[in-house]
Design a binder for this molecule. Structure first.
Ligand code: ARG
Length: 542
């Protein structure tokens, strides 16, 4: 049914290696037969190196990035009152959770790397899948990484000069350095990356817990150390009265607040990009999602409550660095620096996680033939040999001599432990471009509209599959109202975005449509195909 294209022959070199995923129960009768060549899962997936904790850390590490420390002001301003703001945070969290639960079902039924790319291909065919891959690889992934990197740069400067007023180029420079460091770590070793991301996960949860505990202590005792007197104004505050000049029901405003909240929850689909590399994908994917989402939702709600307990309403609305204002209010300037440092680390962790998953998406797109096949190759491998190891290879004379050693292999290597370095380089290059030229207000809306259009389509695919293929093996089934709720709310969001930001929406439509000629180009075999077509027409004409 699907055409497979010439580039797909890049799959062939794997056939002599270990067969596909033993943990994919349906693999025997080839559930993916309709997916063209991709039932060969590629060599990265054979590594099966991600544990439950690794995957959880990846998801938490990506979701908890910059948002909870800086977007509260936007949510607050557009929501109109503290109570409405908290409600928006809750709704955003639940929306993300319904999306993630739907993706858990899809990931179990179609356990391939690449997330939505694989599901869209299965549900709607190659054209839609290609459009997604195109948009995600070219804009969504590098764009969001650039935003995180920039926020990282801003906070690094804030650590050194808390008063703000940062030089834009200095910020961009720091962002670029961070990007290079993170890409380097990711390229060198999956294990190292995972260790780092585990560490960051604990750090982030600790930071959010600290904010909550401090908020409660301050609320209960009125204690604060910055000398401006006890912080009691939350008691007099009327939580649900709209701020001055605000009406009651403002759907458009709430939609914008929701977008800002959703940025903080974004990344909920990212563990789906690496399902193929998980040790126990069918068991762990839903577990990871249903552990991470409630943790993130409750810690965000608690942190926001803490902000409201400690900070005057006006400050929450006006500060883009709420967490720093929070620290300063409680502990004075040093507290501000401490919290700026915590946000810095959080952003760095998120950058690390997003680099990891984006690399996998680009790699999957390369494997699929959506990108030049180079990007679907593994390139750098770090190999440890223990003395006395039984798996000593000829490469490591040192280990034979009874010494511990680490060897690097560069070039096209299909060995265990290799990383998709070309894919990560592409992602890093694009991210660097966005860091350099980025105008982030615009990019964020673009991100929201484009991102949610594809989330919507993917979850719609789930509903269609339930109807069209009731017999498909689904190790995890979500409650059917979950995807329906997600589709309805995201449709509302997309339509609000269309009205609120028509220019950006046009840009999205334009960019996604651009994928159609590119798709035909690749399907038709590029220049060669073009000439074949021209000559065929010519000969037919003559
Ligand atoms: N939720 C993250 C934050 O608060 C942003 C995640 C961006 N998404 C992504 N796929 N990288 O910073």
């Amino acid at each position: 049914r699907h055409r497979s294209y010439s580039v797909s022959s890049a799959f062939d070199f794997n056939t002599h290696l270990v067969p596909l995923t033993p943990s994919a129960p349906g693999a025997g009768n080839n559930r993916y037969a309709s997916m063209g060549g991709s039932s060969d899962n590629g060599s990265l997936e054979r590594q099966k190196s991600l544990t439950f904790i690794n995957s959880l850390a990846l998801l938490l590490g990506l979701q908890i990035g910059s948002g909870i420390f800086s977007s509260p002001s936007q949510v607050n301003n557009h929501a109109g009152s503290p109570g409405a703001a908290l409600l928006i945070w809750f709704v955003a969290g639940i929306l993300a959770w319904t999306g993630a639960a739907s993706y858990a079902e899809l990931g179990g039924a179609i356990p391939l790397n690449g997330g939505a790319q694989a599901y869209l291909r299965y549900c709607f065919g190659e054209g839609v899948s290609f459009s997604f891959a195109w948009t995600a690889v070219m804009v969504l992934k590098p764009g969001s990484a650039a935003i995180i990197a920039i926020i990282f740069g801003e906070y690094v400067l804030r650590v050194f000069s808390p008063s703000g007023g940062a030089n834009m180029w200095l910020v961009k420079g720091i962002a670029l350095i961070a990007l290079m460091v993170v890409t380097g770590i990711n390229a060198v070793s999956t294990k190292l990356t995972m260790r780092l991301s585990d560490l960051f996960m604990y750090g982030k949860i600790l930071a959010l817990l600290l904010i909550t505990v401090l908020g409660i202590v301050v609320a209960a005792t009125g204690l604060n150390l910055d000398g401006t007197g006890a912080s009691r104004d939350w008691r007099e505050r009327n939580w649900f009265t709209p701020a001055e000049g605000r009406g009651g029901w403002e759907m458009g405003e709430w939609a914008i607040a929701l977008y800002a909240g959703l940025w903080a929850f974004d990344g909920w689909d990212n563990v789906n990009y690496v399902v193929g590399e998980m040790k126990h994908p069918t068991r762990d994917l839903p577990r990871v999602i249903h552990t991470a989402m409630p943790v993130v939702i409750s810690s965000y709600l608690l942190a926001n409550m803490a902000y409201y307990f400690v900070l005057p309403y006006a400050i929450i609305g006006s500060s883009n660095t709420v967490a720093v204002a929070f620290g300063t209010k409680i502990f004075g300037p040093l507290g501000g620096i401490l919290f700026a440092l915590a946000v810095t680390l959080s952003c760095f962790g998120a950058l690390n996680a997003t680099t990891f998953t984006s690399g996998r998406l680009v790699y999957a797109a390369g494997k699929e033939g959506y990108l030049p096949s180079l990007f679907g190759k593994l390139g750098l491998r770090m190999h440890h040999e223990e003395p006395g190891s039984t798996r000593i290879t000829t490469d490591s004379k040192l280990a034979q001599a009874g010494r511990k050693c680490t060897t690097f292999f560069v070039g096209d290597t299909e060995q265990l432990g290799a990383t998709p370095i070309y894919a990560m380089l592409l992602n890093a290059g694009l991210t660097a471009c966005y860091i350099l030229v980025g105008e982030f207000g615009t990019l964020l809306t673009f991100y929201g509209v484009a991102g949610y259009s594809f989330y919507f389509l993917t979850v719609l695919g789930l509903i269609m599959l339930r109807i069209k293929e009731p017999g498909l093996e689904r190790p995890y089934r979500t409650w059917i109202t979950t995807p329906i709720c997600f589709c309805c709310v995201s449709l509302f969001l997309i339509s609000r975005g269309v009205f609120q930001a028509p220019i950006q929406t046009l840009a999205v439509v334009g960019f996604v449509s651009l994928s159609i000629p590119v798709f035909w180009w690749r399907v038709g075999g590029g220049w060669k195909g073009f000439w074949a077509w021209v000559t065929r027409r010519g000969s037919r004409g003559g």
